[in-house]
Ligand binder design. Structure first.
Ligand code: NIG
Ligand code: FE
Length: 419
């Protein structure tokens, strides 16, 4: 294990809290950069110093409160860069139908799947959605997730999409994790537009996007580019308008087939392309050329009993950054924690533990355009981290069924977790 003192900057004058006797994996540049016998100082909501404990001044200036970490590991809080955390209704029955042999696409084509969640989400009022989503957020926090992206996309009409994004706004006020809101109006062609998908895309472009912009309730725009959803040409229309309005863009791409959406998204400057099981070499090269992050979603792969894996080796060779995320949603990935995702990323997709952890931290932050603040531990970064009772960071990929979490710190503040 490498022991890298992170910096030799002088110890700061103002420290609000000091964490000592820890081991730290900074995940800077997606590497462990492990430090033993370390200490980490926080002022306000930022990290101000990380270094060897024996380099601490004695006495400590300002006599800050000190947390003894008992030699536990500190890692950046998890960044879950792809979720559909707000929904109503249940898809457990659909799970049973799929176990009996029906495919995800069959169910969607028959008006189930996403459409059943749309029906329930449209019917739920904002308070009900907020209450359902709050339980999920509390659970995420208990699992060490400190930054979350949340998509709309189960409304599919102006009123219901705005309702979902209003719920995201309430979650941003109510919970400590940083939340990024993404507008996914182009998630599926709503049943009332069957056979008229271009008309629906016009609604998204001419009505929904400008209103979402006017209300300032999302920062990014996502599209599901797939045979059962939207074409490349339709994706382009949505992205052109989104970019004109100043949104970041990202794409659900090559999940069930190769629509070559990734190349389009990369060329249009997408932050990330997500899923990617059916990605071609051409698409991967476009991602490399444009610095697009590949967001791998092994939960959806697992739950859909997919057999084709994303081209991880190609990503490695082309140095395409790989993030991993839960894709929490009631259909393809009812996964409420990063820990099983890390495990699946290793066992199903062949990532190393370091790559999986980098995907859940450093590259996850890059997928949200937040790499300068989140996802790694260094002086000047946001003080969002988790103290884990593990022998080595790899334990977080290796164990299943336990959450060996000791403390979550967000914005420099220890968070009281509720059960
Ligand atoms: O990321 N692929 C499209 N959207 C979600 C699934 C949504 C659903 O099935 O409700 C996904 O897998
Ligand atoms: Fe998704």
């Amino acid at each position: 294990m490498t022991i890298v003192p992170e910096n030799d900057t002088p110890f700061p004058e103002n420290v609000d809290r000091l964490f000592t006797d820890c081991r730290v994996a900074t995940m800077v540049s997606g590497r462990y950069n492990s430090m033993e016998n370390a200490a980490l100082a926080v002022a306000g909501d930022k990290i101000t110093w990380i270094g060897p404990k024996n380099a601490l001044p004695d006495p400590l200036p300002g006599n800050p409160p000190v947390t003894d970490c008992n030699n536990h590991w500190i890692l950046p809080g998890f960044v879950d860069c792809h979720t559909h955390l707000i929904w109503a209704g249940s898809r457990a029955k659909e799970f049973e139908i799929r176990l009996a042999g029906a495919s995800y696409a069959d169910i969607a084509t028959a008006g189930g799947g996403i459409f059943s969640t749309v029906k329930a989400t449209r019917a739920a009022d904002e308070d009900m959605l907020f209450n359902l989503a709050s339980r999920r957020m509390a659970h995420f926090l208990n699992q060490g997730i400190t930054t979350v992206e949340i998509k709309s996309g189960y409304g599919l009409d102006l009123k219901s999409e705005l309702k979902m994004l209003a719920v995201v706004g309430r979650l941003q006020q109510a919970f400590p994790p940083h939340i990024e809101a993404t507008f996914l109006g182009a998630h599926a062609v709503p049943l009332e537009f069957t056979g008229r998908s271009d008309d629906y895309v016009r609604q998204v472009v001419d009505v929904m996007l400008p209103e979402v912009k006017r209300q300032g309730i999302a920062t990014a725009v996502d599209v599901f580019c797939e045979t059962i959803a939207f074409s490349r040409a339709q994706t382009r229309q949505v992205f052109e308008k989104a970019k004109e309005l100043g949104f970041a863009v990202k794409l659900h791409a090559e999940q069930l087939s190769d629509s070559n959406g990734t190349a389009l998204a990369a060329e249009m400057g997408a932050l990330s392309c997500d899923h990617l099981e059916y990605l071609s070499e051409h698409g991967a090269k476009k991602m490399a050329d444009h610095g697009t992050v590949a967001v791998l979603l092994p939960g959806a792969f697992h739950y859909l009993k997919e057999t084709r894996v994303p081209p991880v080796e190609t990503f490695r060779q082309l140095a395409v950054p790989m993030a991993v995320a839960t894709d929490l949603n009631p259909g393809s990935s009812p996964v409420f924690s990063m820990l099983p995702v890390l495990n699946m990323a290793c066992l199903l997709f062949g990532l190393t533990c370091e790559q999986a952890l980098a995907g859940a931290t450093f590259h996850g932050a890059a997928a949200l355009g937040l790499a300068d603040r989140k996802g790694s531990l260094a002086r000047g970064k946001d003080a969002d981290f988790v103290i884990w009772d593990v022998d080595t960071p790899a334990d977080l990929c290796y164990f299943t069924g336990i959450t060996p979490l000791k403390q979550v710190v967000i914005g420099g503040k220890p968070i009281r977790l509720e059960n």
